[in-house]
Design a protein around this ligand. Structure first.
Ligand SMILES: Cc1ncc(COP(=O)(O)O)c(C=O)c1O
Length: 507
């Protein structure tokens, strides 16, 4: 590392003024101190990224640097040394064995996007605080909404994460139905809805019972016939519906609800359809893969989370609407302390958030860095890894030893077939710990009453070696089960709502 003196903070003296010791970049001259500081920080980060494979996905507990500010400010060298401690203790998404969650390594251009975004420090609250970035946001949201099939005139707004996008969708749907003060109104989805919908109901002041969770079929999908029966029953009882929430990519297995049929049911009953596409929505950007989320463009609103599969740095999430005018109709309050908007409305009036950063910048850079071909290939590779792991597990284990649940995306969860809940809990804890020791990190979700191990195959660094080791270790975790199954012949193909055929029924 360079010496302390080579790393001054941005304190370049401004001739003719009393030396201002505060660390802001000079507005009157190029600041070599700032450049050196950024370069050194970039060097630390590139080294951290470039050594990811030599550290486990989940590090052990590391030292936390001193937290409180000292009486006198610190120099760059000390700040970077403290930062290094934090980095050593950080989750390591770039490790090829990081397969547990929907948190891939960062796309390189989105690192640059975040840095420049911070440097510009614009505010998407209002155009006069973000003149070009507000236009960029509107323009890219419009392109994304059209690209996923919401139609001409569609657009949306970024939000800090999928949970917030889902919440804004439901608040907008409720407002458009004039149900703001109706305590009887309900939201309908499947048992596999993401928990952010429960949270949205809390924020909206609705009772937990207002979320009607319908059971999923063997493929983990909401059944349109069942939805129709539920809507008829609710009509009979005079319970208004805020929205039906379908999921394009459920959290544990990546199932996609039958969106075309669900949209037809919603249309027949005049009900808002929101698609939580936090996981699978980005597939609609790809001509080659949009069939896996067929019908997504028939929704009234869609949550799209490029921070997941596309690797845009967190947070990057959007709410897209067929009729984006409903956003200001719901959220606009007027901003009396701002000049009027130059466009349809201020960014801070088209959603829940007021001040917010230009998240759109890294998304714009990332999409252009990838290109349509890169998006296709990234999705293709993730799905191919899921297919490959599925087939390795099937060949490594006696037929029916595992109950695998999956869908058309890049997620796969499994557990020993025929095990009760307690046995699944201990097997999954033990197997996960053994895998961790080999630097393979899976998650351990509780799904349909049983703990599963879940692999998210969105990490572009994961290769054949990791998948083979993973399958072999899962096989070794189950010798007695295999024998047991062979002995009793009671292989449970559908215990977890889906049998071994689940994944293979998807391309
Ligand atoms: C289907 C689904 N919807 C919504 C979310 C929430 O997204 P976020 O964590 O960005 O708030 C998730 C998170 O994993 C999810 O899986």
């Amino acid at each position: 590392m360079k010496s302390e003196s080579a790393l001054p903070l941005a304190v370049t003296p401004d001739p003719g003024r009393v030396l201002d010791p505060l660390p802001f970049a000079s507005p009157g001259a190029f600041d070599p101190g700032l450049e050196a500081f950024l370069q050194e920080a970039a060097h630390h980060l590139c080294r951290w990224l470039g050594t990811a494979a030599s550290r486990p996905p989940l590090p052990g507990l590391s030292l936390l640097p001193e937290v409180e500010p000292q009486p006198l400010g610190l120099g760059g060298e000390r700040l970077l040394a403290d930062l290094q401690l934090l980095m050593e203790g950080s989750y390591n998404p770039s490790h090829p064995g990081a397969l547990a969650h929907l948190d891939p390594p960062p796309l390189t251009s989105s690192l640059v996007g975040d840095l420049v975004c911070a440097g510009l420090n614009n505010n998407l609250l209002a155009e006069e605080l973000s003149p070009t970035l507000s236009r960029l946001e509107r323009s890219l949201c419009g392109w994304l909404a059209r690209r996923v099939g919401l139609g001409e005139g569609a657009s949306g707004v970024p939000a800090s994460g999928g949970s917030l996008s889902n919440l804004m969708a439901l608040v907008t749907a409720r407002h458009s139905r004039g149900l703001q003060t109706c305590g009887e109104a309900v939201v309908i989805g499947s048992t596999d809805l993401h928990v952010s919908i429960d949270k949205a109901l809390v924020v909206m002041g609705l009772a937990p019972e207002a979320l009607r969770r319908l059971p999923v079929d063997r493929e983990g999908r909401l059944d349109p016939g069942q939805l129709e029966r539920e809507l008829i029953e609710l009509e009979r009882r005079g319970r208004p519906v805020i929205a039906v929430v379908a999921t394009a990519g459920t959290t544990v297995r990546g199932a996609v609800d039958p969106l075309v049929a669900l949209a037809a049911v919603c249309r027949r009953h005049g009900v808002w359809l929101h698609v939580d596409g936090a996981i699978g929505g980005v597939l609609a950007l790809s001509e080659r893969h949009r069939g896996r989320v067929e019908g997504i463009g028939l929704a009234d609103s869609i949550t799209l989370n490029p921070q997941k599969l596309l690797g845009i740095t967190k947070t990057s999430s959007l709410l897209l609407l067929a009729d984006p005018g409903l956003l200001p109709a719901t959220f606009a309050t007027g901003l009396p302390y701002m000049e009027p908007s130059w466009g349809p409305c201020h960014g801070g009036e088209s959603g829940l958030q007021g001040s917010r950063s230009a998240e759109i910048l890294k998304l714009w850079l990332g999409l252009r860095q990838l290109g349509l071909d890169g998006i296709d290939r990234l999705i293709e590779a993730a799905i191919e890894r899921r297919r490959r792991l599925h087939s390795l597990l099937e060949t490594a284990l006696p037929q029916g030893a595992l109950s695998l649940v999956s869908g058309p995306l890049h997620l796969l969860a499994f557990r020993p077939a025929g095990f009760d809940a307690g046995a699944c809990a201990s097997w999954s804890a033990r197997c996960r710990a053994d895998l961790m020791a080999k630097q393979l990190m899976l998650s351990r979700p509780l799904y349909q009453g049983h703990h599963h191990l879940k692999a998210v195959l969105g990490n572009p660094h994961t290769g054949e070696a990791e998948l083979e080791t993973l399958a072999a270790m899962v096989r070794r975790s189950l010798p007695t089960i295999a024998a047991q199954n062979a002995g009793i012949g009671a292989v449970s193909m559908g215990v977890a709502g889906n049998g071994n055929g689940a994944g293979s029924s998807h391309g």
